[in-house]
Design a protein around this ligand. Sequence first.
Ligand SMILES: Nc1nc2c(ncn2[C@@H]2O[C@H](COP(=O)(O)OP(=O)(O)OP(=O)(O)O)[C@@H](O)[C@H]2O)c(=O)[nH]1
Length: 354
Amino acid sequence: MTATNWRTLLKGKHQLSLRLFLLLNAVSAGFSIVVPSANTQHLTVPIIMVLVISLSCLLWQFVNKKKLININAVSLIIGLLWAWHIYIKVSAMPIRDLNFLIIALLAILFIGSISFINNIQAFIASCLPVTAMILWLDQGDNWPRVLYSIVLPGIGITIQNIIQQRNDNFTRRLMDKLLEEKETLNDLSMLDPLTGLYNRRGFQNRLETVLALGSGTHFVLLLDIDHFKAYNDNYGHSMGDQALTHVSAAIRDAVRSRDIVTRYGGEEFMVLLTDVDTEQALQTAERIRQRVYDLKIPHLFNEDVATHVTTSIGLAVLEQQNIEEALRQADSALYRAKRQGRNSIFVSESLLPS
Ligand SMILES: Nc1nc2c(ncn2[C@@H]2O[C@H](COP(=O)(O)OP(=O)(O)OP(=O)(O)O)[C@@H](O)[C@H]2O)c(=O)[nH]1
């Protein structure tokens, strides 16, 4: 999951709150029409508009699930309509009914707080018009009761919102941490633990990026340490591991950072030389061979080759993005290098002058 996904999730959550808000308003408007709370005019233009707008938005959301409604705008419009409705009703009353005002206020605050517990802006937009209207209609006669009815849910929802924000922040931090760990694990799964070079999976991953860029000619080098079985047998496996690590570092140092060095098998390495010509590829292969040779890792059992660790190298060009074919050709060149005495570089037949 990315930060964008997280924002989309939050938006989705807010849209769900809006649906609840619309539903509660539609029910409340319908109920007020059928069972009016004060014995005055109950079928007003604004209450019909609340009913129609709530139902239309709900229906629109149901049909266009992916499209988002501006929550603050809708809450404000419905809030204003409720304020207008209350004004009409109170204006038609012979005596101002405080109970009606309190009930209306509590109903609006109830709907706002239950729907927008996570969205304080929408809560304010939906409740502010009615609150202002009731304060104005009451003209301060019963201000302690009116104020109490406003302040208590106001404080409640503010505290709830702070708690929710903290929970959201905690979840987001947790998610970021998990993403980081996932990335690290993903990177590790692409590296060979002994040498730190790419493994086959890592190579495949990098190769796809290189091929996608699609510029220049690339060459494949296959390298194999000579008589490494004899090295292991005589110096031990742990010395063998050390030799592998040193050889890996020498190969890495001999190429550019954009070339891909891979531990291809036990004591076999593969290098993808990107965007080079044949001459440069040959020079790099020679540089690698020489660097390994210059390590002078003692290997008295390197038969007739040398008294220290050496490598044999097969080189082939990568044509038409066919890595399998390039590897096959590099492998056959490597085989010839081994047969012809080792510690040498052989190129694939396609690179030989005809
Ligand atoms: N120490 C160590 N040895 C390994 C590792 N992976 C493979 N090997 C050894 O590498 C040796 C490869 O031997 P062979 O494939 O017979 O080839 P070679 O002796 O190098 O002979 P040529 O390739 O013909 O020169 C085996 O003895 C493997 O056990 C490793 O991770 N650590």
